[in-house]
Design a protein around this ligand. Structure first.
Ligand code: HEC
Ligand code: HEC
Ligand code: HEC
Ligand code: HEC
Ligand code: HEC
Ligand code: HEC
Ligand code: HEC
Length: 400
């Protein structure tokens, strides 16, 4: 009787203690979790990237508009939501000279089937793991083989709503190894096993898809920790203010991805450059007067803009003069007209032109920044007989 009673008391004490320990752990863990945000990768400069939804807590409006941009959506996990092309039977094939390609849906994902027509004709099956391209013009697909990354042969071309041979692929069965020089403009960060970024073996857990906040603002663990510890601080700490950058620094932050094939890496890794750095220290912007290169689909907006009279004759023009970095403004004619008219006035234009009378409602870019077909980016449709060029909005602003 007595021993039963003691047992009962002992049990209660143990239980209470256990609950206390659990309560204590839960609370302290939450607090330190909050002050130590989830780190998802480490940049080559030693600074840590935090999970991108960390920013929502204090920058909700920017976050919500940013997720609608082509930048945010430029790479993602390949699933039915993100894959833009048609998968229905009859629209899911591409027949090239040396290979027949087909997309099929299985329970665990979508696969490309490759059937070469000559030589080794075994059927090869590769999973679509990552999408590259928001789908404005098109989309390519990457596939893992263990921790090696390859680009698949099928791509999607939006203007024709059809599957095409990936740009610059031969017409036989082919997978292209994907190194940092392909990924650097379409993801926030990738950790290549080869520090120079030349190989295609990656740490799969450290691949940050989409161009997120920290691609343009740098890895921001310290910023988050500071502001969580100091909730009343009103000025951003451990984060750069773009307003304090020089014109060149502001341009470089965009030009790192928007100067096409002209950016030749001379220092570090393809991901070494971060906003605030000077691009010419990392890559040589060589001018070889090859117009074709400038009109590559991987548009050289920087090179073209810098030859425009608007740019040459204004003191402070940069990409942000016309583009809001956190918003999707594609097709917003009024927004862009207003930008042109912030420097030009209809009266001034009409006083210098002779025939063409301007009004405010004209779509300025339809004449002064026309769509130009790319000379090098031509896509092959069925059997390689038809070739269609990709149209790019030129940034050489002028009278055409
Ligand atoms: C705990 C709150 C908090 C979190 C989390 C946070 N920030 Fe901030 N951030 C601030 C405050 C406060 C400022 C200063 C006020 C402002 O500019 O909005 C600021 C300013 C900024 C600025 C402007 C700096 C300047 O001077 O122009 C940028 C850029 C920025 N944050 C980016 C980010 C990004 C990206 C993330 C996510 C990785 C993030 N912040 C997460 C609180 C936070
Ligand atoms: C990490 C590389 C990278 C950086 C840095 C970058 N961009 Fe981009 N940008 C891209 C890529 C890739 C696309 C194509 C996205 C897509 O449609 O898949 C793009 C698309 C765009 C578009 C077209 C948007 C649309 O709706 O189609 C604009 C405008 C643009 N960028 C402006 C800028 C500006 C301005 C900056 C600097 C503040 C900048 N970019 C910095 C890579 C970058
Ligand atoms: C130097 C930076 C850069 C590199 C490297 C690069 N891209 Fe791009 N890519 C861009 C930019 C910028 C755009 C948007 C083009 C434009 O509208 O001018 C783009 C557009 C695209 C698009 C069309 C996106 C859309 O939604 O319209 C696809 C697909 C694409 N790239 C795939 C690739 C693949 C695959 C690789 C690697 C083999 C690659 N890119 C390498 C910068 C780059
Ligand atoms: C394509 C590059 C790019 C991306 C991606 C980007 N930003 Fe920015 N951000 C900029 C630029 C450029 C400026 C400076 C704008 C200016 O000077 O008008 C800026 C300014 C800011 C500012 C200060 C000025 C303001 O508008 O309040 C904050 C805060 C900020 N960004 C937060 C974020 C957050 C949060 C994200 C992700 C949800 C993000 N940014 C994604 C380029 C980018
Ligand atoms: C930051 C101010 C600024 C903005 C914004 C701007 N321009 Fe200009 N633009 C200029 C200057 C300065 C010149 C040089 C001619 C002059 O002195 O009037 C110029 C020249 C031009 C010319 C004559 C080019 C030639 O080769 O003869 C055209 C056309 C033009 N701009 C159209 C536009 C259009 C269209 C937009 C909007 C997409 C635009 N500009 C935005 C400042 C600007
Ligand atoms: C004078 C204004 C102006 C400036 C400066 C400017 N852009 Fe643009 N940009 C535009 C307009 C207008 C469009 C067309 C938008 C649309 O299609 O709705 C555009 C489109 C783009 C596109 C999509 C191209 C395509 O073919 O789909 C990219 C990428 C881009 N800009 C990047 C940049 C970058 C990077 C810079 C700085 C080097 C820059 N822009 C500077 C006005 C400008
Ligand atoms: C239908 C085509 C068309 C549209 C739309 C158009 N322009 Fe023009 N623009 C022209 C032509 C053509 C010229 C050259 C006319 C001449 O020299 O007689 C010109 C000349 C100019 C010039 C140079 C004037 C000079 O001093 O040489 C500027 C600046 C300009 N346009 C700005 C704009 C702006 C801003 C818009 C939008 C509100 C616009 N244009 C819409 C066709 C157009």
């Amino acid at each position: 009787m007595k021993s039963k009673h003691t047992k009962y008391i002992l049990c209660s004490i143990v239980l209470v203690l256990l609950f206390y320990i659990l309560w204590y752990l839960k609370n302290t863990v939450t607090i330190s979790d909050y002050l130590e945000p989830e780190i998802v990768a480490t940049h080559y400069n030693g600074k840590n990237f935090v999970a991108q939804d960390t920013c929502i807590e204090c920058h909700e409006d920017i976050f919500k508009s940013h997720v609608k941009t082509a930048h945010y959506n430029t790479s993602a996990i390949a699933n039915e939501e993100h894959i833009k092309g048609k998968l229905a039977e009859g629209s899911n094939e591409l027949n090239l000279k040396g290979v027949r390609l087909k997309l099929i849906k299985e329970n665990d994902g979508i696969y490309q089937l490759t059937k070469p027509k000559f030589g080794d004709t075994a059927l090869v099956k590769s999973k679509l793991d990552i999408t590259i391209g928001s789908g404005v013009k098109g989309q390519s697909y990457l596939s893992w083989e263990d921790d090696k990354l390859y680009q698949l042969q099928l791509s999607y071309f939006e203007p024709a709503n059809t599957w095409v041979n990936s740009p610059n692929f031969p017409e036989y069965s082919f997978n292209r190894p994907v190194d940092d020089n392909c990924l650097k403009c379409h993801v926030t960060f990738a950790e290549n096993k080869n520090e120079s970024g030349n190989g295609n073996i990656y740490n799969r857990n450290k691949l940050l898809l989409g161009i997120d906040c920290q691609r343009c603002h740098g890895p921001l663990e310290e910023h988050v920790v500071y502001h969580r510890t100091n909730p009343n601080a009103k000025v951003g700490v451990h984060v750069d203010n773009y307003g304090k950058y020089t014109q060149q620094q502001r341009l470089d932050a965009c030009a790192v991805c928007h100067s096409g094939l002209q950016a030749q890496q001379v220092k570090g890794n393809p991901f070494s450059f971060i906003a605030g750095d000077t691009l010419s220290a990392y890559s040589k912007n060589y001018q070889n007067n090859n117009r074709n290169l400038k009109l590559d689909v991987h548009g050289n907006q920087m090179g073209l803009l810098s030859e425009s009279k608007c740019f040459v004759n204004s003191l402070k023009m940069d990409c942000i003069t016309c583009h809001s970095p956190h918003e999707n403004e594609r097709g917003e004619q009024d927004v862009f007209n207003a930008k042109c008219l912030s420097c030009h006035t209809i009266t001034a234009i009409n006083s210098s032109v002779e025939v063409n009378k301007h009004t405010e409602t004209l779509n300025c870019i339809s004449c002064h920044m026309p769509l130009v077909p790319s000379e090098v980016m031509k896509l092959k449709l069925d059997d390689g007989l038809n070739e269609i060029p990709v149209y790019i909005r030129t940034h050489l602003i002028g009278v055409y």
